[in-house]
Design a protein around this ligand. Structure first.
Ligand SMILES: NC(=O)c1ccc[n+]([C@@H]2O[C@H](COP(=O)([O-])OP(=O)(O)OC[C@H]3O[C@@H](n4cnc5c(N)ncnc54)[C@H](O)[C@@H]3O)[C@@H](O)[C@H]2O)c1
Ligand SMILES: O=C(O)[C@H]1O[C@H](OP(=O)(O)OP(=O)(O)OC[C@H]2O[C@@H](n3ccc(=O)[nH]c3=O)[C@H](O)[C@@H]2O)[C@H](O)[C@@H](O)[C@@H]1O
Length: 348
């Protein structure tokens, strides 16, 4: 049986999806949807859990090894009858009965994914294989949170989903960007070979409350530095660009992608593009105009520019971001001030 994929593109399915068990089949119509979120104790994962739990017809299972995530992010759900938290490493097989899988587990900040690159690539490859095996066994739909880093240091700008990327296969970032590229390949191979229902989101830089204060990513670094009265560390040359998406917009995009008819990959991100120097100046203006900005050394293979083309997300999912950077940064500042116990000065 050959059928076109839901995107109407060249991806051919060779087998129909596995039939859900009779109990789960009836549940689709009568009872709760059981949803697994891997990496559920992390930054995006915990916001996604919050949103999924708002629907009383959802049961949510969060799985995490707490490498970069924390139980604290999920504390309001622990003990809730529709919620379950499992300490588990996705590089090991997982046996649960679920209807949907949001597969987020993977360290995302460059300083963390470079800390143990072999573990990062195992998480991307073996972790994704395990979650696809689970999806195959139970007939669940699975969504992978891939990344704009699959475009590497892009030679096309803005980046469309059709662009194949410019990625260093042996660099210090490869455990992450090549790891996610293999994860995407595995998703499509399971889709074509076994008929698994897949969804792939290519996420562009996302920020918001609950990021680790010492996460190392640029927005969390600048906000924490400005609150502490330290210099903002702009990595040279400072003209490199990124496009920043607020976390509630991201979660909305992921849920629409999971619920829709399109496999993706689909870019989910905010097309507003800023140089790192512009970002530093904006944080300085909003948080503390007296802090200094200093140029520090950069790390190898840092992409020079990044901006999503979101025509597919708009057209196929009816999604576009709502929160601008100037609206999102103060929401993150409030959260960081609370956690750092540094109230805003009256004259700021
Ligand atoms: N935030 C972004 O800007 C961004 C951009 C592109 C893609 N993504 C992707 O989104 C997902 C979530 O990113 P995030 O920003 O929330 O990062 P995060 O580090 O806060 O969350 C990742 C979570 O995965 C968990 N984890 C890591 N390895 C694991 C393993 N082997 N087994 C089980 N759990 C494991 C961590 O403990 C953490 O809770 C990641 O897949 C990341 O690649 C994020
Ligand atoms: O969106 C994505 O696809 C990827 O984006 C980020 O990777 P990166 O853009 O390198 O994120 P940051 O570490 O926040 O760096 C962004 C830019 O800020 C600069 N930077 C970083 C930190 C800092 O203190 N100062 C600074 O100028 C970096 O040189 C870089 O140019 C995420 O960390 C990845 O998980 C994600 O997959």
């Amino acid at each position: 049986m050959a059928k076109e994929s839901s995107n109407g593109d060249q991806h051919t399915i060779t087998r129909p999806p596995p039939t859900p068990s009779p109990l789960r089949f009836s549940k689709f119509f009568q009872a709760n949807l059981r949803i697994l979120v891997t990496g559920g104790a992390g930054f995006i994962g915990s916001h996604l859990v919050d949103k999924l739990m708002e629907n009383e017809k959802h049961e949510v299972i969060a799985v995490d090894n707490y490498f970069t995530g924390s139980k604290d992010n999920l504390k309001k759900w622990i003990g809730h009858p529709r919620f379950e938290l499992i300490r588990h490493d996705v590089t090991q097989p997982l046996l649960v009965e679920v209807d949907q899988i949001y597969h987020l587990a993977c360290p995302a900040s460059p300083i963390f994914y470079k800390y143990n690159p072999v573990k990062t690539i195992k998480t991307n490859v073996i972790g994704t294989l395990n979650m696809l095996g689970l999806a195959k066994r139970v007939g669940a739909r699975i969504l992978l949170t891939s990344t704009s880093e699959v475009y590497g240091d892009p030679l096309e700008h803005p980046q469309k989903e059709e662009y194949w990327g410019n990625v260093n296969p042996i660099g210090v970032r490869s455990c992450y960007d090549e790891g996610k590229r293999v994860a995407e390949t595995l998703m499509f191979d399971y889709h074509r070979q076994h008929g698994i229902e897949i969804r792939i989101a290519r996420i562009f830089n996302t920020y918001g409350p609950r990021m680790n204060i010492d996460d190392g990513r640029v927005v969390s670094n600048f906000i924490a530095q400005a609150i502490r009265g330290e210099s903002l560390t702009v990595q040279a040359p400072g003209t490199q660009t990124r496009s920043f998406c607020y976390v509630s917009d991201m979660v909305d995009g992921l849920i629409r992608l999971m619920g829709g008819d399109h496999t993706g990959p689909i870019n989910i991100g905010n097309p507003g593009e800023f140089t790192m120097m512009e970002l530093a100046e904006t944080v300085k203006e909003l948080v503390d105009p007296t802090v200094q900005v200093k140029i520090v050394e950069n790390t190898p293979d840092d992409p020079r520019q990044r901006k999503p083309d979101i025509a597919k997300a708009k057209g196929l999912l009816g999604w576009e971001p709502k929160i601008t950077l100037r609206e999102g940064l103060p929401l993150m500042e409030d959260d960081f001030r609370q956690r750092l116990a540094v109230p805003k000065k009256q004259n700021n």
